[in-house]
Write a protein that binds this ligand. Structure first.
Ligand code: CIR
Length: 260
């Protein structure tokens, strides 16, 4: 049952049969079972539906191994949708079909060359927007995002990230006052204005939580960090995302959740 009256639309894209040829930066290549990945992704979509989201599947892109990670193709605010220019060249063609569906919902702004920006590097918490400086997102991309958002009243902060793919591998928001963070990937001091929950040291990839209004979707592989969050009275809806984790994906990456 939806916990608020907001109409949330979750754009998703089905897993490519070529997922095993995905981009990899920090993980060694492991076999990825397409059927398992597809089943887990379907369960994820069903969970979003059960939380009150209208799930809309964007046209499939079987020739793009990473297309399921739709989060990287756009960053949607209430005022505008920013179509990214993904840092990995193999992923650039993923954006056009996403732009086609977002055009109906928001004015469109595009990140242009030489800028690069992955949606996984953008963490918005109320009017503060944190953007990871990573192998995928460069300073030009951050500046273009800053320029696009300034008229809408958002402050954009560039954040150094080390040892992981995206800013949102390192830190995500639990609510407007609380972040979940791995201090090995990002400096805790950058988030001093928030209550900080650190991941359990045995679960370095556990900092990624998907927030939909006041509901939280979380990977089932991180029980120790989950216990830390539950001590704060957070209710988490868990889903097994272990197969796509082999492609360096997590729960935020598999949807673009926008206010309808
Ligand atoms: C990539 O390297 O682009 C994909 N294999 C994983 C992207 C995960 N996306 C995300 O964290 N937002």
């Amino acid at each position: 049952m939806p916990a608020d009256r907001t109409h949330w639309i979750a754009f998703t894209r089905e897993v490519s049969p070529h997922i095993a040829q995905c981009e990899l930066t920090h993980l060694a290549r492991m076999p990825i079972d397409f059927e398992t990945a597809r089943r887990q992704h379907h369960a994820y979509e069903q969970l979003l539906e059960s939380l009150g989201c209208e799930v809309r599947r964007v046209a499939s892109a079987p020739d793009h191994p990473d297309a399921v990670f739709i989060e990287d193709t756009a960053v949607v605010f209430d005022e505008i949708a920013v179509i990214t220019r993904p840092g990995a060249e193999s992923r650039r063609a993923e954006t056009s079909s996403v732009e086609a569906v977002l055009t109906a919902l928001r004015p469109i702004v595009r990140i242009e060359a030489p800028g690069t920006l992955d949606g996984g590097d953008v963490l918005a918490v109320a009017r503060s927007v944190y953007v990871g400086r990573t192998g995928r997102t460069n300073s030009e991309g951050i500046e273009q995002l800053r320029a696009a958002l300034a008229p809408c009243g958002y402050a954009v902060h560039g954040i150094d990230v080390t040892g992981c793919l995206h800013l949102k591998t390192a830190v995500t928001a639990v609510d407007d006052a609380t972040v979940l963070l791995n201090p090995g990937f990002v400096r805790t001091a950058m988030f001093a204005r928030y209550r900080v929950v650190e991941v359990d040291p045995s679960e370095p990839m556990a900092a990624n939580v998907l927030r939909i209004g006041n509901q939280l979707v979380y990977g089932a592989s991180y029980p120790r960090t989950r216990a830390r969050l539950e001590r704060l009275d957070c209710t988490l809806h868990t889903v097994d995302a272990s197969e796509l984790a082999k492609a360096e994906g997590a729960v935020t990456c598999c949807s673009l959740v926008v206010r309808g």
